[in-house]
Design a protein around this ligand. Structure first.
Ligand SMILES: CC(C)(COP(=O)(O)OP(=O)(O)OC[C@H]1O[C@@H](n2cnc3c(N)ncnc32)[C@H](O)[C@@H]1OP(=O)(O)O)[C@@H](O)C(=O)NCCC(=O)NCCS
Length: 149
């Protein structure tokens, strides 16, 4: 059972620094704060934060692709102490619903091939592995391209 009730909110400009902080703690090669700002200003309607007790504990950053009707999840993460409670799933479901309401038909994302947990989460929400992108990350590791249509 969930002990607290996190809220999912549209991201604001003031949230960029905190989102960067979570990004930095979650990935070995994080997006920089300026890039996160650019992603946010590119599609604020596709960026969300998760709050628990008035603290931002997670986020999902979305954008558009060159494919008509398709959005792109550029990053999603929760602070470590808030993981494994089903909240990452809640955040992703929120993103999927919002994109559907906005009229988008498909979502793509890249995920490190050894990130079993995230791959499993995406799989259970209807994402399929479409291809393997060689040397996608800065350490030359590969990504899976996953798409939900
Ligand atoms: C990926 C992330 C956002 C998922 O959020 P979370 O709150 O931890 O995940 P949830 O508790 O909602 O679990 C979601 C699903 O992941 C899968 N999962 C969880 N733990 C798993 C494990 N050890 N092995 C395989 N799958 C696992 C399950 O399908 C689970 O769903 P279920 O509990 O209904 O079975 C979060 O773990 C995170 O921030 N990770 C670090 C950043 C990251 O890797 N982001 C993804 C980059 S593409």
């Amino acid at each position: 059972m969930k002990s607290e009730n996190p809220e999912i909110k549209p991201m604001n400009e003031e949230d960029i620094t905190k989102v960067f902080d979570i990004e930095r703690k979650s990935f070995p090669y994080p997006f920089g704060e300026i890039l996160i700002g650019n992603i946010f200003f590119g599609a604020p309607e596709l960026c969300f934060v998760m709050e628990s007790q008035n603290e931002i504990i997670g986020f999902v950053l979305g954008g558009y692709t060159t494919v008509q009707g398709q959005t792109h999840i550029l990053s999603i993460a929760l602070l470590e102490e808030y993981r494994n409670k089903g909240w990452g799933r809640d955040l992703l479901i929120h993103f999927i619903k919002r994109t559907e309401i906005l009229g988008y038909k498909s979502i793509k994302l890249e995920v490190q091939v050894d990130n079993d947990k995230a791959i499993q989460l995406y799989d259970t929400l209807g994402f399929d592995i479409i291809s393997r992108i060689r040397k996608y990350y800065q350490d030359d590791s590969d990504a899976f391209l996953m798409v939900r249509s």
